[in-house]
Design a protein around this ligand. Structure first.
Ligand SMILES: NC(=O)c1ccc[n+]([C@@H]2O[C@H](COP(=O)([O-])OP(=O)(O)OC[C@H]3O[C@@H](n4cnc5c(N)ncnc54)[C@H](OP(=O)(O)O)[C@@H]3O)[C@@H](O)[C@H]2O)c1
Length: 293
C-alpha cells in the first residue's frame, strides 16, 4: 500500500469532533492565568507555557519555579535539550510542585528501542512517575512519520506500550521547521503537510507548530482548522520568532497575536531570566475579571 493511502486509511477510522468544547477557556479571576483546553487531552493548560529549549543551567530552576508561581502550568522540554540538562533542571524545579504542572517532553528517536531508552531516561531525569505528553520530536518528512508509525519497529509502538503501563498519558508530535532561519518559506509548507498527515492518523493528541505574527498564511490556517476538527491540542513553538521579532514588535504584541487565535491553546516562549518570565507570563493573565483578554 502506498504511504499516503496507508495514512489516509488510518485517518478514516478516526471520528472527528464537531463540538464547541474544543474552544473551551477557563473563567479565570482577575489576575489569574487564562487556561485553554488542550484538545482531547482535556488538560486545561496556561496560555503561556514554558519553552524549555534554552534550559542549560541549574540556576534556571529558580526561574521555572517563579513561572509556576505566576500561573504557568505547562512546561515543554525534550530528551535532547541541553544534552539532558533541560529535563534535569525541570526535574529539580518541580520538586514538590508536580501536581501544579503538566510536563511535555520529546524523543527524536524514530525506532521503538531508541524511544524506550529515551522515555526511561526522561522519567529518571525529570524524577517523575509519569510524563503527561510524550512528543515525537521534530518530525520533518513523510518518511519520518511513516517510520514512527511502523507497527513492527516504529517509535509509536513503544510509546503506546508505556502509555498502557501508565508512564505516559498522551502522545504528541512536533514539526521541524524554524521560521526566520532563511529557509522557512520552503520548510514551513513541509512542516504543515507532515503535521496534517499526522493529525489524520488519529494517533496524536497534540501537535506543535511554529506560528507568529510574520508567519500566517492559508496553509497554517487550514492546519489549525484540521486540528480543531480532530480535537487535537495545538502548542505554538517560536511565538517570538526565536526572539528575532522582539525588537520590531515587542513581546506583548507578539504573544497577544498568537493568543488571539483560539485554535492555539498554549504558546511556549523560551525564557531565561526572571524578567522575561514576568513579562511573558503577564500577557496570559486575565486583566478584566473574566476569561476575556
Ligand atoms: N521542533 C520542536 O519541537 C521545537 C523547535 C523549536 C522550539 N521548540 C520549543 O519552543 C520553545 C520556544 O522556541 P524558541 O525559544 O526557539 O523561540 P521563541 O520562544 O520565539 O523565542 C525565544 C527567545 O526570545 C527571547 N525572549 C523571551 N522573552 C523575552 C522577553 N520578555 N524579553 C526579551 N527577550 C525575550 C529569549 O531570550 P533568552 O535567550 O534571553 O531567553 C529567546 O532568545 C523552545 O524553548 C522549545 O520548547 C520546539
Amino acid at each position: 500500500m502506498k504511504r499516503r493511502e496507508f495514512l489516509k486509511g488510518l485517518g478514516a477510522t478516526f471520528i472527528m469532533l464537531k463540538s464547541s468544547n474544543y474552544l473551551r477557556e477557563t473563567e479565570s479571576q482577575n489576575g489569574d492565568m487564562i487556561k485553554r483546553r488542550l484538545g482531547r487531552t482535556n488538560l486545561m493548560v496556561s496560555v503561556i507555557g514554558y519553552g524549555g529549549g534554552g534550559i542549560v543551567d541549574w540556576r534556571q530552576a529558580q526561574i521555572i519555579r517563579e513561572a509556576i508561581k505566576l500561573g504557568v502550568n505547562f512546561i515543554d522540554t525534550a530528551h535532547k535539550y541541553g544534552d539532558g540538562m533541560s529535563e534535569r533542571v525541570i526535574g529539580e524545579a518541580i520538586k514538590g510542585l508536580r501536581d501544579k504542572v503538566y510536563i511535555a517532553t520529546k524523543t527524536v528517536r524514530r525506532e521503538a528501542k531508541g524511544a524506550e531508552m529515551d522515555i526511561k531516561e526522561s522519567l529518571a531525569r525529570l524524577q517523575v512517575e509519569k510524563i503527561d505528553i510524550l512528543q515525537m520530536h521534530g518530525v520533518s518528512s513523510m518518511w519520518d512519520l511513516e517510520f514512527i508509525l511502523n507497527e513492527k519497529y516504529g517509535a509509536l509502538k513503544k510509546v503506546k506500550e508505556y502509555r498502557a503501563l501508565g508512564k505516559i498519558d498522551f502522545i504528541g508530535i512536533t514539526g521541524a521547521h524554524s521560521p526566520i532561519d532563511g529557509y522557512w518559506r520552503i520548510d514551513s509548507e513541509k512542516e504543515i503537510r507532515v503535521m496534517a498527515e499526522a493529525i489524520k492518523t488519529g494517533e496524536f493528541d497534540t501537535i506543535m507548530v511554529s506560528y507568529h505574527i510574520e508567519f500566517q498564511n492559508d496553509s497554517i490556517k487550514a492546519l489549525l482548522e484540521l486540528a480543531r476538527q480532530y480535537d487535537v491540542g495545538v502548542i505554538c513553538k517560536k511565538p517570538l520568532g526565536a526572539g528575532k521579532l522582539i525588537k520590531k514588535y515587542g513581546v506583548e504584541k507578539l504573544l497577544k497575536f498568537v493568543l488571539s487565535n483560539p485554535n492555539i491553546h498554549t504558546a511556549i516562549p523560551g525564557m531565561r531570566t526572571i524578567e522575561e518570565v514576568r513579562e511573558d507570563v503577564s500577557i496570559g493573565l486575565n486583566k478584566k475579571g473574566s476569561s476575556e483578554r
